[in-house]
Structures are given as C-alpha cells and as structure tokens.
Unconditional design. Structure first.
Length: 246
C-alpha cells in the first residue's frame, strides 16, 4: 500500500522534484507492470507542463515579488503566533488568560501556516486578523500584541496587492500558469499511485511490491526534507521572537 501524502506540504519546486522522482521510479518498472503505462504517460505529460509553468513564472519579476510577499506574511504570522504563545507563560496578571484567547483564535483558523496553499493561507490570515480585531481587541492590547498584528495586516495587504498584479499580468497571456498546472500534475501523480496500489490487489508481484516500497521510501524522505526545512524556519523565527520578548 502506498503511504498517504499531503501534497499541499510541498512548495512548487519541491513538488516538481518529487513528481520527477516518482516518474523515474515508475519508468523503471513499466515493462514489468504494463497496466501503469498510460497513467505514467499522463503523469509525465502533466509534470512537464507544470515544469514549463514554473520556468516561465520564475522569470517573471511579479511572481518573485509575490513569492517574497508571501514569505514576509508567513514570517509576520509566525512572529505574532510565537509572541502570543510566549505570552501564555507570563506572570503578569491577566496576560496568560488573554494570550490563551488569542492562541485559541489562531488555532481555530490554522496553526501551521506553511502547510496551506496560498489561497487557503490568505483566508486563514484574513480570518485571524478580522476575528482578533473585532472580538478580542482588549486581550490583544493586554498582551502587547497590537503592533505585531498590525505588521501581519500590512504584510497580508502587501501580498494581496502583489497577487493582484500577477493575476493582471497573467490575464494578458494565454500560457498555463503554475496555479493551472500544479493541480493537474498532483491529480496525475495520485492516479498513478492509485493504479499501482490496485495492482497490488489485482495482480500482485515482486515488481509491484518493489515499486511500492521504493515509492514509500521516496515519500518518507521527501516529506522529512520538506518538514525539516519548515521546522528549522519556524524554530529560527520562534527563537528570534523569544529573544525580543526577554
């Protein structure tokens, strides 16, 4: 059985690398498992289209600006989240309780912002800002988090402005975008995984077992790399935030 996988965890460049590695593993076994060939061909076609979109957009300065803005809003979110989390351990009267309210609001919408796609990230951040400002302004002020929430608000608005400029630029082009091609590539890889898993049931063989084992190993190592990168970034940001609150 092929391990379950949350494709949303992969940034687009890492997703492309993962897809190419999946295709290479399946390619090596296609003669022994002919049922996978049409699915492999589709996965390869969709991944090539995804690659082309990535390469086009990497040369677009507006895309880079959007990507930079996205990183800034992620950093602003982590700073706000980590500061609020640190405030739950303060000894000042009322602060831990107020911080717990803010933390509950954050958790309600998201905790690990990096695991979300950009559209879902925008919705989560917008909801956190809105709910905190309208329902928990007193708690926010008590823990001293107003400035950090303002920074997150400005970072989100900057991202949305950059996103709008990209969309306006894309509207003038007929070329497929990463937003268009990424879901198609993911769907094709999922379909390939599904047919391989079905082969394990309908036509089990040493080659099928070996392919599944190789794919599971790839999934494990790829996820570990992506999660480790995200954890390091989060820990570094948390350390910076903690240092500023001492």
């Amino acid at each position: 059985m092929i391990s379950s996988l949350n494709f949303a965890l992969f940034p687009s460049n890492e997703l492309f690398t993962f897809s190419k590695n999946v295709i290479a593993l399946a390619e090596a076994k296609k003669l022994k498992i002919p049922a996978i060939e049409p699915f492999l061909l589709n996965a390869n076609t969709k991944t090539i289209a995804f690659q082309s979109a990535l390469e086009r957009e990497s040369k677009n300065p507006l895309i880079k600006s959007q990507s930079d803005s996205d990183k800034i809003r992620i950093d602003a979110f982590m700073t706000f989240r980590n500061y609020s989390e640190s405030a739950t351990t303060r000894q000042k009267q009322g602060v831990p309780e107020a911080a717990a309210v803010i933390i509950a609001t954050i958790r309600k919408h998201t905790w690990t912002i990096q695991s979300l796609g950009q559209k879902a990230r925008t919705a989560a951040i917008t909801n956190i800002i809105s709910e905190t400002k309208t329902k928990h302004a007193a708690e926010l002020t008590l823990i001293g988090g107003d400035e950090l929430l303002d920074e997150l608000t400005h970072a989100e608005l900057d991202y949305e402005s950059a996103f709008k400029k990209v969309q306006e630029s894309i509207a003038t082009s007929n070329e497929p975008t990463v937003a268009d091609t990424r879901p198609e590539a993911v769907a094709a890889i999922k379909a390939l995984f599904q047919i391989v898993s079905l082969q394990e049931i309908s036509a089990p063989s040493a080659d099928v077992a070996a392919l599944i084992s190789s794919l599971n190993e790839l999934i494990t190592t790829s996820l570990s790399t992506v999660k480790a990168t995200g954890t390091r970034a989060e820990n570094n940001k948390k350390k910076t935030t903690d240092d500023t609150t001492k």
